[in-house]
Design a protein around this ligand. Sequence first.
Ligand code: G3I
Length: 365
Amino acid sequence: MSFNRRSLLAACAGLPFATSAFASARQVGLGELAARSGRYFGSAVTRDDVSDAGPHIRLFDGECSVWVPSWQMKWGALVPTLGETPDYRNCDTIVASAAKRDKRLRGHALIWHEHLPAGAERLSTAADWRRFVAPHITAVAGRYRDAIFEWDVVNEAIEPYDDGADLMRRSPFYAMLGPDYVAEAFRLAAEAAPSARLYLNDDHLYYAEDWQERRRTGMLRLLDRLVKAKVPIHGLGMQCHLDTRLRFDERIFRRFLGQIEDLGLTLSITELDVTEAPNAGDRSMAQRRLRAAAEAGKVLSVALDSPALAGVVTWGLSDDDSWLRNRGADMADNQGLPYDDAYRPTPLRDALASRFASTRTRHPT
Ligand code: G3I
């Protein structure tokens, strides 16, 4: 089929995610490209992103095979004040839209020390866990047992700066049950949603910095304990909030991925984006976008070499919606996602597309 301008425009008209008259009629969605290598691609979404009236639904539909609620499935979003009845309306809307558009849903996150119900930060006993936390995990995982294929059960359990010998974060969950809260959360989730794949999710595990090496050590110790105790855990979610100021050493990252594989766990990149603005220097916007793409590309190249990597999720699709933009004045124009403020594809999208297209096919176990 030959493409002249008229036929190209006509062909673009029906594309679910054509964002410009010159979008290639042969542009294949990232979800489709990922699927060809046996993986998924998706994005964090809000209820508004995935409503039919959403201004960018065609992008979220055309690019993603997986959606992840960015905040509306968190405990504090469902239950603003401890003891209140959960409000599932936003999540139910996302679930219905995903079903209508044949998207799979990752759940995020059953427990996290942030975005808690008001009052939950004071919970500190095993009785508190039994009264509030366990029922929350069971209720949410159970409600969406047939809608969510993969859960971030526990988010951000590692924190070496809390000075614990186990390098774990001293969160209210840790106060209630000690380090075993992680295993207990996974057991409850497995009981409520027996067909879901259950992940431990965390960040800052990819760069050569010493403080990230301590995080990798803490994470490996925790995962080793969970696997040896036969806790129902399937994978590690690596958030991958990348940062061009940090030092990447392919050998170190590749070794870490191998250690996760040796534990028999799968991997997912769960929140990919790039911080590049603080050290943008006098680079042009085009150069900054290329540098963000190169940062993502070098991490993706190593991660996609791992047969354990099941999928990649970006934390949003366009920079104007990025949480990074709220992280200070020097981040106001950060360029770190697959689409720019005008919803045009960026070099980071090309980096995702080219890595998916060139990676070895994964055969899920
Ligand atoms: O949209 C509503 C607005 O209508 C309302 O007036 C306002 C008042 O509170 O809230 C707005 O929603 C906010 C939402 O972000 C959208 O901006 C929520 O309050 C706010 O809590 C929410 O923050 C999210 C944050 O997690 C806490 O849940 C961010 O979007 C989300 O990007 C961030 O994601 C985390 C991951 O879960 C874990 N890894 C780090 C990542 C970034 O912090």
